[in-house]
Each structure stands twice: as structure tokens, then as C-alpha cells.
Design a protein around this ligand. Structure first.
Ligand code: HEC
Ligand code: HEC
Length: 310
């Protein structure tokens, strides 16, 4: 009798924590998924202006990706959806395969093309097992029962079928290859920067259709999506970060502090919240990779500190 009350109590606690029936293998997968979720900054877009810190719905200290945040682009304002495991309004009914198709192929549960303001153009490069871990973590979160808000995109950019053209021009499906000659750190950094932390989505200029101009990767994008003024982070000494050491980059990714002791703001603040939770080894790997990016000289106007924080 007493035991069953105790068990009931434990089950209640577990289900309140959203971790019912978790076995050891699942727990490891969930922990790896949380690491990736932080590094990929899923929350910075999927949090929302619905109460709680940084806007999102929350359960205790945990801020939940219940959606609703407006993301400004030249094509209109897009609203992030609820990706908590709520069965009605979130992705609680999605199978792992459907989740994978969204991240790998940019295709939603009903076969619709997803708007590339969801950075699946980067997440497509994730490995299968990393996507599975992300799924395990998201499904372990408490569900939030909040409906999605409609996008306010301008026609014709609001018309999903047209994305077939955009995709044929600008979307290359992953996962990405390793380059054996480049060593372990470089490859890990390359993977983290491109597939997970999607640094390019802000730091690479875009053409008039919103496609990344990959010939000028990492050379900065002023007035990019969500009004981000992202500077040149290639190794150009004058207009990029060529004079920064590997330790300088590691420090930035850990603390948000530049070698000139400026604290970075704007969208980079949310990025650093993610990279500050990485292991030192992973930050080192990213710095090694960033230092290897060939210099591109660009005279961009200085970033405007007035851009909003996420
Ligand atoms: C830059 C902002 C941004 C980031 C970062 C981001 N998302 Fe999204 N995501 C969106 C937007 C906007 C949509 C809606 C796209 C659409 O309607 O076509 C979306 C859609 C989705 C969907 C489809 C949901 C549905 O109801 O159709 C899933 C699943 C998803 N995101 C998961 C993630 C995960 C997991 C991460 C982190 C690895 C992540 N997102 C990071 C903005 C973002
Ligand atoms: C959401 C958009 C966004 C993403 C994603 C992003 N950045 Fe940034 N980044 C910015 C903005 C905006 C600034 C300028 C911030 C400021 O001036 O306060 C910046 C600044 C920087 C700087 C400082 C450059 C300088 O000259 O002071 C570095 C280095 C940097 N980012 C590296 C990265 C790396 C590495 C990643 C991937 C882990 C990344 N960024 C991802 C938007 C972004």
C-alpha cells in the first residue's frame, strides 16, 4: 500500500518533470539533445512573447519553445511555431521520421515546404543521430498548449509551393561530409559552425531572394534577417577578425566579450548563450575552424548597436 503511494508519487513527479518512463539510453540521448538544442539556439527563435523570461512560456526555470516570436525578413514577418510536445498545438504527434524530414529536408508534417527563415538550410547538415537526440530532448519537455500564430509574409513569398524554385537554387540537402585531411578539431568546428550553430545564416550576405551568397561566406550581412547587423568574421585583418587569436575567439564564444572588451549584443547575445554551454573542446574546435576561413575584404558600415536583442 505504502509502496504504491510512493510509486504513484514518483510517477507524478516524473510526469511533472516530463521525463516519465525514461531509461538510461534515453536519458543519454536526451542529454546529448539538450546540448545540441542549446548550441543550435532553437529556443531563441521558438521562444515567444508569451510571458516568462525572454518572452517564452516557462515551467519553473525551464523556458519552453512554445513559439509565437515574430522574425522580420524582407519578405514579411514569420512566426515561429510551438515545438513543445503538445499534441494539439505543438509537435507531440510527430514521429521521429517526420521531425527528421523537417530538419533534413525542410518539409513539414503535411508535406508542405517550410519557409527557410527556419534555418533548415543549416540543420540539413546534421547527422541522423544528432537529429534523433534533438527529437528525444524536445519530446522530453513539458507540453505547452498554445496555438500557433499565422505568418505575416508578403505574397508571393507567403505561397509555399513557390519555394520549389527557391529550394532548387539555394537549398543543398545534407548531411555534410568530413574532410579527412583537415584533422579532428577542424572537422568538429566545421560541423558545429555550419550544421549546429548555423553561424552563416547571419554572417553570410544574402541575395535579393534571400539565398545565402556562399561565394562570400562569413563576410558579414548588414541589415540581415531579423534586422541583424552581423560583421565580417573571415580572417581578413582589416575588416574581419584576422587579428584575433584562437583564444580570443574561444573567449568570445564563452563570454560574449571581444578582445577590445566589448560585450556583444543583438542576435549574437542569444548565440553566445548557446556557445557558453559548450565544452571547452567544442569551443576550441569552432575557433580552429573560424581561423581557417579565407580572408574576404569588405567595407561594410560599422554594425549598428541599435539592433534589437532576441
Ligand atoms: C532562425 C530562427 C529559427 C531557428 C534557429 C530554429 N527554428 Fe524551427 N522554425 C522557425 C520558423 C520560423 C518555423 C516555421 C517555418 C514554416 O512555417 O514554414 C520553424 C519550424 C520548425 C519546425 C516545424 C514545425 C511545424 O509545426 O511545422 C520544427 C520541427 C522546428 N522548427 C524545429 C527546430 C529545431 C529543433 C531547432 C533547433 C535545432 C529550430 N527549429 C531552430 C524558426 C527557427
Ligand atoms: C542570429 C544571428 C547570428 C548568428 C546565428 C551568429 N551571429 Fe555572430 N554576430 C551577430 C551580430 C548581430 C553580431 C554583432 C553584435 C554586436 O555588434 O553587438 C555578431 C558578432 C560576431 C562576432 C564579433 C565580430 C567583431 O568584429 O566584433 C563574432 C566573432 C561572431 N559574431 C561569430 C559568430 C559565430 C562563430 C557564430 C556561430 C556560432 C555566430 N557568430 C552566429 C549575429 C549572429
Amino acid at each position: 500500500m505504502k509502496l504504491s503511494i510512493l510509486l504513484d508519487g514518483l510517477l507524478l513527479v516524473f510526469s511533472l518533470l516530463g521525463v516519465a518512463n525514461v531509461c538510461a539510453a534515453d536519458a543519454e540521448s536526451i542529454a546529448r539533445g539538450k546540448y545540441l538544442y542549446d548550441a543550435a539556439d532553437c529556443y531563441s527563435c521558438h521562444g515567444g512573447p508569451r510571458g516568462g523570461q525572454n518572452g517564452g512560456a516557462s515551467s519553473g526555470k525551464l523556458k519552453l519553445p512554445s513559439g509565437g516570436l515574430g522574425l522580420d525578413t524582407p519578405f514579411g514577418t514569420f512566426r515561429s511555431p510551438n515545438i513543445t510536445p503538445d499534441k494539439q498545438y505543438g509537435i507531440g504527434n510527430w514521429t521521429e521520421g517526420e521531425f527528421k524530414t523537417a530538419l533534413r529536408n525542410g518539409i513539414g508534417r503535411n508535406g508542405e515546404y517550410l519557409f527557410p527563415v527556419f534555418t533548415y538550410t543549416s540543420f540539413t547538415k546534421l547527422t541522423d543521430s544528432d537529429i534523433e537526440d534533438l527529437y528525444a530532448y524536445i519530446m522530453s519537455l513539458p507540453a505547452v498548449s498554445l496555438p500557433n500564430k499565422p505568418h505575416e509574409a508578403k505574397p508571393p513569398f507567403s505561397w509555399r509551393p513557390l519555394l520549389v524554385f527557391w529550394r532548387s537554387l539555394f537549398f543543398k540537402e545534407g548531411p555534410m561530409n568530413t574532410e579527412p585531411d583537415r584533422g579532428k578539431d577542424w572537422n568538429r568546428g566545421n560541423y558545429l559552425a555550419h550544421a549546429v550553430a548555423h553561424c552563416e545564416e547571419c554572417h553570410t550576405p544574402r541575395n535579393f531572394l534571400g539565398g545565402l551568397d556562399l561565394g562570400r561566406s562569413f563576410s558579414g550581412n548588414i541589415g540581415g534577417p531579423d534586422k541583424q547587423n552581423a560583421p565580417n568574421i573571415t580572417s581578413d585583418v582589416k575588416t574581419g577578425i584576422g587579428s584575433w587569436s584562437i583564444a580570443d575567439i574561444e573567449q568570445l564564444l564563452k563570454t560574449g566579450m571581444t578582445p577590445d572588451s566589448d560585450l556583444l549584443g543583438s542576435g549574437m547575445k542569444a548565440v553566445v548563450q548557446g556557445t557558453s554551454k559548450l565544452t571547452d573542446a567544442d569551443r576550441h574546435a569552432m575557433a580552429v575552424y573560424l581561423k581557417s576561413i579565407p580572408p574576404i575584404h569588405v567595407d561594410l558600415p560599422p554594425p549598428n548597436p541599435a539592433t534589437q536583442d532576441r
